[in-house]
Design a protein around this ligand. Sequence first.
Ligand SMILES: NC(=O)c1ccc[n+]([C@@H]2O[C@H](COP(=O)([O-])OP(=O)(O)OC[C@H]3O[C@@H](n4cnc5c(N)ncnc54)[C@H](O)[C@@H]3O)[C@@H](O)[C@H]2O)c1
Length: 257
Amino acid sequence: MNDFMKKFSLEGKKAIVTGGARGLNYGIAQGLHAAGAEIVLMDIQELVYESAEKLREDGAPVYGVVGDVSKSEALDQAYAKALELLGGRLDILINGAGIQYRCQAEDFPEERFRQILDVNLVGVFLMAQRAGRTMLAQGHGKIINIASLSCFFGASMIAGYTASKGGVGQLTKVLSTEWAGRGVNVNAIAPGYMVTELTANIKEVNPEQYNNICTRIPKGRWGTAEDLQGVAVFLASDASDYITGTINLVDGGYAVK
Ligand SMILES: NC(=O)c1ccc[n+]([C@@H]2O[C@H](COP(=O)([O-])OP(=O)(O)OC[C@H]3O[C@@H](n4cnc5c(N)ncnc54)[C@H](O)[C@@H]3O)[C@@H](O)[C@H]2O)c1
């Protein structure tokens, strides 16, 4: 590998991926791992151990840690465990744990709304804070928050989710402003309509909605976890050292149509 290409490599880098047991975050972890990173997948589900096992098949080590990003005390323990597994250094955080609930705004249960903010926004902050402290002490690090297209749109039926992801966008900017001068870059990835285990059945359940959305997407299809890997590896690598505070849409062109 020549010196220029080395800037894109994650060989020797250490990463935590929250919400990494499955779906888009697991897909991003696959990308980081293929680029050479050692990884801790952290998730509220015990499935995380199996996912770590699967990812570790060849290449750098991968570990699983169970942790709830929305509970600060439990998160302290999970974060300490993750850092210990990585030998005390953290170069990359993919801050991806997230939940959703669909309901008309006028009927949206308060408890659900609070729970979504707790995981998607407070959880992202708590995790960024812990990783940020480690990275600021090191003098370097890359934090990549997983936002959403709904950061920019007011899509109906997901008031809690949309409010939380709007917050993730703003949080990305303020953390970037505070930490960029001390070596820590904070960016976000905003996926558009993506096919995952959770949305895989939409084609059968609601073919009209699925097709309408396809028509609305200039690329003509929904995205996949693989579509997020390139931008995640780039933002995690030394090649993006002057990029901070950005929200990177991966939406097949939806937002500009
Ligand atoms: N699927 C999409 O179309 C889409 C679009 C835009 C953004 N996103 C975002 O991408 C991320 C991944 O979404 P996905 O579709 O793969 O969903 P997913 O449900 O498959 O993955 C989310 C993961 O987060 C974990 N998690 C939930 N609560 C947690 C908590 N409190 N602590 C730790 N882990 C927790 C879950 O166990 C799960 O493994 C989320 O932040 C989501 O909002 C998804």
